[in-house]
Design a protein around this ligand. Structure first.
Ligand code: DGL
Length: 269
């Protein structure tokens, strides 16, 4: 039993897709979330810059005495070396492996589409994880660099014409290639899941990296006997590196009224 909070981080709003699932799966756990909103987006950055950001984000969560640092960010998960993760003073989990595993389980034909940020697609992280599990898999990848700014800007309504046009531009080539499963490899993308589903149609199974990482976090905490096992409801504390205003507004829209907590600006650099 371990009453310390679960730490979750991302460049901005994306990791809230994992928080939403975690809060539903483990309603008695406290969660500390850090969104690096002053430096979002992470996707176009170099590996060295991303490693520096990862180090600072994790260090902040460790200072909040978390029991697990969940990188709810496809970009950081794609470049953060397992060797560094092993040296951390807390457990660490990324989104790539659990998401790849779910995609392999869901795919009927083995033709899996992968969408993510530029850094994620360039790293081949999801492709490598899938091929380890299913060497004969056929993979079609697409970087979708404009999704994150559009989502952070709040263009998330199901009928939004800008986001729908973007989704058609990015996703129809993958559908035409014949994918039967699509990995939403950036944790921001499940926020526009409805738009993506409308474009790819009902025959393509969507795999949500936020949800899969939350399921993996629950399994890891349970295996390591680190669940809080308390009666009261879990508390959520949000920290951001820029003004909390727009984060609270769009995050609130996405999370819905059932999830509330404090939101504070901090400096991690
Ligand atoms: N949500 C993140 C990811 O999963 C970061 C996207 C970004 O900041 O570019 O990749």
């Amino acid at each position: 039993m371990d009453k310390r909070p679960i730490g979750v981080f991302d460049s901005g709003l994306g990791g809230l897709t994992a928080v939403k699932e975690l809060a539903a799966l483990l309603p008695h756990e406290d969660i500390v979330y850090f969104g690096d909103t002053a430096r979002v987006p992470y996707g176009p950055r170099s590996r060295d810059t991303l490693l520096k950001y990862a180090h600072e984000d994790i260090h902040f969560l460790v200072s909040k005495k978390v029991k697990l640092a969940l990188a709810a960010c496809g970009t950081i998960s794609s470049i953060y070396p397992p060797k560094l993760a092993q040296k951390l003073p807390v457990s660490y989990l990324g989104v790539v492996e659990p998401t790849a595993k779910a995609a392999v389980a869901a795919s009927r034909t083995g033709h899996i589409g992968i969408i993510g940020t530029r850094a994620t697609i360039k790293s081949n992280s999801y492709a490598n994880a899938i091929l380890k599990l299913l060497p004969q898999a056929k993979l079609t990848s697409m970087a979708c660099p404009l999704f994150v700014p559009v989502i952070e800007g709040g263009y998330i309504d199901r009928t939004n014409p800008i986001t729908t046009t973007l989704a058609q531009e990015y996703l129809l080539p993958l559908v035409n290639e014949g994918i039967d499963t699509l990995i939403l490899g950036c944790t921001h993308y499940p926020i526009i899941r409805d738009i993506i589903a409308d474009v790819v149609g009902p025959d393509v199974v969507l795999i949500d990296s936020g949800r899969e990482s939350a399921l993996a976090a629950r399994d890891l905490l349970s295996r390591q006997e680190l669940l809080a096992e308390r009666e009261r409801a879990g508390r959520l504390s949000f920290y951001v590196s820029d003004s909390p205003d727009s984060f609270a507004e769009i995050g609130g829209l996405f999370l819905g009224s059932q999830l509330t907590g404090t939101c504070e600006q901090v400096s991690v650099g």
